[in-house]
Design a protein around this ligand. Structure first.
Ligand SMILES: Cc1cc2nc3c(=O)[nH]c(=O)nc-3n(C[C@H](O)[C@H](O)[C@H](O)COP(=O)(O)OP(=O)(O)OC[C@H]3O[C@@H](n4cnc5c(N)ncnc54)[C@H](O)[C@@H]3O)c2cc1C
Length: 494
């Protein structure tokens, strides 16, 4: 069998992408060398836009029960003087969710895997280590070794390498990584509290001490995390020794308060791949970009990749022009880079070596300001998100209330296109719903706030085009999609 898409890597990026593909009726094979999910915590934060993607996947309500709304982050110096405050709004944002959540990554991955297990079009192959990838005009062949040592091959029309930092797919595509310069070893310690310690606080705290920068994170439930810089002369085994770990944490907790769940040294890097696609092979997630975790955006960036790519792949499988896939890197790479660069700026502040530059890089800083706002970069300009027509193009469209309760807009359109326009376009492309703002005051209000009369909203919720009349709105989309069967496909989401 030749699958439509092989997803190599069953981490959060691969699991999200596979769900979005399967829900569009695309046959997906997900492969991972591990027998089971990685059970220890990595990501502890995600944002409202990413929760919106999880809403589209259909896991947001269950996820909500497992996460905590995050009040924000404080940066203090070694005297505990506040250097920078990054409060997160506690109200529901334009995306329809809270601005920032704390999570236990395995909780999220269990939900994503549980959802995919119910999908009709997805197959999962674990304990399969892919060792070679070859590409012909019409498919990709993956060769690897199963757990019992036998060699096996699988084929797919497209391959997306969500295969993490040491991506084989990236190596086969070629091009390498653009290194943005941050490269530091940090000890990551997760503890399980044995007794309540409300005094540790609900904010994350960055201790900007040039001698030993550290981070405290308030994870959900009884988990708490500290991230601590490893000095050049400290070996991994030295700094992960339990006695040494407790010594480093002694300012906050002792073995009477908590058990060590995990202690590991990570090298935090800042890199963006220079080539995200070669023919039928693409990369997403950590395979395409690596960031220091100071903004909690590494996984989030991969989830955005998945939302950007899944509908484009489905369209190409339905006969759309493959130039559509060129828009993926053009749109996503600068967006990812904006997060990596800001995280590097925060890293500079945490290291407390160059406060002024760091404050400048953290939006809201630069003139002695000590409050930071979350950044909201635009998509990079592509043939599909050319913002010369209107400033809102390349930015997300909010999740308005259509009268059937909060988050009704996304629920109604699913992972499909929407056109909001006073006149119905003559021929709607596949998977596109038309909304007349005259019938939906909330949509009319949203258009007025954007200063435009009509918008095309893509399945990833980004605005693809805006115009006053709506007549030329879908020109760009039809450029790529008019070879498709124009019958409306069934919407796969509830
Ligand atoms: C300490 C720490 C804190 C972090 N905090 C945050 C945070 O707060 N917020 C946030 O958004 N992000 C955070 N991150 C980043 C986040 O954990 C990663 O970005 C995310 O896990 C990457 O997901 P992925 O699916 O792209 O890759 P991975 O999770 O690395 O998954 C890749 C998968 O591919 C499989 N694979 C690789 N090669 C092959 C092969 N050849 N054959 C078969 N299988 C293969 C691997 O087994 C693996 O399961 C943090 C990371 C760390 C280390």
């Amino acid at each position: 069998m030749i699958y439509d898409v092989a997803v190599l890597g069953y981490g959060p990026t691969g699991a999200t992408l596979a769900n979005l593909l399967a829900a569009q009726g695309v046959s997906v094979l997900v492969i991972d060398r591990e027998a089971a999910m990685y059970h220890l915590p990595r990501a502890v934060h995600f944002d409202d836009e990413v929760m919106r993607v999880f809403q589209t996947v259909g896991i947001a309500d269950d996820l909500l029960e497992k996460v905590r709304v995050n009040p924000g982050m404080k940066f203090v110096d070694d005297d505990d003087t506040l250097l920078l405050d990054w409060p997160r709004p506690q109200e529901i944002t334009a995306h329809g969710w809270n601005a920032s959540y704390r999570l236990h990554q395995p909780d999220l991955e269990s939900l994503l895997r549980g959802k995919l297990a119910q999908a009709e079009h997805a197959e999962i192959l674990t304990s399969f280590d892919v060792t070679a990838l070859t590409q012909s005009d019409d498919c990709i062949t993956l060769t690897g070794t199963a757990q019992n040592g036998t060699s096996r091959t699988c084929q797919a029309r497209y391959l997306v390498g969500c295969d993490g930092a040491n991506s084989l797919t990236r190596a086969v595509i070629g091009g390498g990584m653009d290194d943005l310069g941050f490269d530091e070893r940090w000890l990551v310690v997760d503890v399980l509290l044995k007794r309540p310690r409300p005094d540790l606080g609900d904010h994350s705290v960055q201790f900007c001490n040039p001698d030993r920068p550290m981070t405290y994170c308030r994870s959900p439930g009884i988990r708490r995390r500290w991230e601590i810089t490893a000095k050049a002369d400290e070996s991994d085994s030295e700094i992960t020794d339990p006695d040494r770990v407790w010594q480093l944490l002694s300012r906050w907790i002792t073995p009477e308060d908590a058990d060590l769940e995990r202690r590991a040294v990570y090298t935090f890097r800042s890199q963006v791949a220079t080539c995200w696609r070669s023919g039928r092979m693409l990369i997403a997630g950590d395979a395409a970009h690596l960031t220091p975790p100071f903004m909690g955006q590494g996984m989030c960036t991969g989830i955005r990749d998945a939302a950007n790519l899944a509908w484009k792949l489905a369209a190409c499988l339905n006969g759309a022009d493959e130039r559509l896939l060129d828009t993926y890197q053009t749109e996503r790479a600068p967006h990812a880079r904006a997060y990596v660069e800001t995280a590097i700026g925060l890293g500079g502040l945490i290291n407390a070596m160059d406060r002024d530059t760091a404050l400048k890089m953290a939006e809201g800083g630069g003139s002695g300001a000590t409050r930071m706002r979350s950044i909201a970069p635009k998509l990079g300009t592509s043939a599909l998100s050319d913002d010369t027509t209107h400033a809102c193009v390349g930015r997300p469209f909010g999740q308005v209330d259509l009268g059937a309760g909060q988050r009704g807009f996304d629920r109604q359109i699913g992972y499909n296109h929407a056109v909001i326009s006073p006149t119905q376009p003559e021929q709607l492309p596949p998977n596109t719903q038309w909304f007349d703002p005259a019938e939906h005051p909330a949509l009319a209000e949203a258009l007025a706030a954007l200063g435009t009369g009509a918008v095309w909203i893509r399945p990833d919720r980004y605005i693809g085009a805006a115009s006053d009349s709506g007549h030329d709105l879908l020109d760009k989309l039809s450029l790529y999609c008019d070879t498709q069967d124009h019958e409306q496909n069934e919407t796969c989401f509830p």
